[in-house]
Write a protein that binds this ligand. Sequence first.
Ligand SMILES: C[S@@+](CC[C@H](N)C(=O)[O-])C[C@H]1O[C@@H](n2cnc3c(N)ncnc32)[C@H](O)[C@@H]1O
Length: 347
Amino acid sequence: MHAVGCPGGLAVAATANSARPWHEAWAQAQVNEFYRRNSPTDHFDTAIAHADRIAAALMKMLRETTARMPGSAGITVVDLGADSGQLLRQMYRINAADEHPIDHVRWVGIDLRPRPFDLPAHIEWWTGIAPDVLRLMAPEGICGMVIAHEWLDDVPCPIVQRDDADVVREVWVDSVTGVESLGPKLDEDSPQMQWLHQWWWPVRYRGEIGLSRDVAWATVCASLNVGTAVAIDYAHTREQRCAGDFDDGTLVAYRDGIVVRPVPDGSANITARVALDSCAAAASPSQLMQQRCVLDEPRWPLPHQAQLDPHRYAADFQRATAALTLRQRSGRGDFWWLRHDVGLRRP
Ligand SMILES: C[S@@+](CC[C@H](N)C(=O)[O-])C[C@H]1O[C@@H](n2cnc3c(N)ncnc32)[C@H](O)[C@@H]1O
């Protein structure tokens, strides 16, 4: 068999080498290699570096959710892709410091990684693959809140590319070298092609099929008996995709804090933006909000406080700067929050 030349330097995969569909190589690299050996914080910074702001907003949401719950079921709060458990630690602290804390909360972290050695005993930990592990963790379903902060972007998805004959093909990749080739043409009737037609059309050059994220998110939402599921991630909308803002696709890899060429060999974290609007449709009704609209505005200390109490002024200034970062346009403020409520009374 031989390779056929295509624009962009890609050839149609026709030889029996180690090339396979991108999402398969990605899943293998992420689940079995990268996260087993690496902590995300060693390679990239997420908004959880400012966990207190995110935790405060989520605690506010949890309070509202519990107030709207019929009955008095025990509350469970699950963080999917919890990494070091930072977010849960902060939420626990905020709740414990509240004048009227929510009682008897079951705090649960889920991650591919083992339980962090310094995680306080009041936080339960499940090592496993989400969302499947949710069924083991709560066979009867969850009452409370499930949080997915920068988890969906890690769920592998197929990559597609248009060839010079105008045909949309799946992109394959060699797991060792990262060299890409074009796989088979996508069948017009396939769910993948239907997804593209509905959510990312036209594919002008590259694109990503968000079906696996939709299914993952719908599974998370289905694990709730009553409560709120919230996904927070860097995302894009159909309007942006169709306008051509992401024509080169969004697949990227991070190693040691820098962006590197994506090679699914387990040496870097591979990620792609999430089509959160299609996730929203997979578990409706949902609410999609930009982070800058969810988080409170920063509270800047007044200038005269710098002389009255310089230490406090510096700390307040630092906090306000962190808050600003989370609301900034063309930055973290462009993150999206997707909220799905189950069985709650009207506000
Ligand atoms: C991008 S990091 C985000 C960590 C944390 N939520 C934050 O925002 O800082 C993704 C985390 O999800 C975990 N993870 C990725 N895929 C997973 C899966 N299928 N099941 C469970 N954990 C997963 C990784 O081990 C990693 O800790």
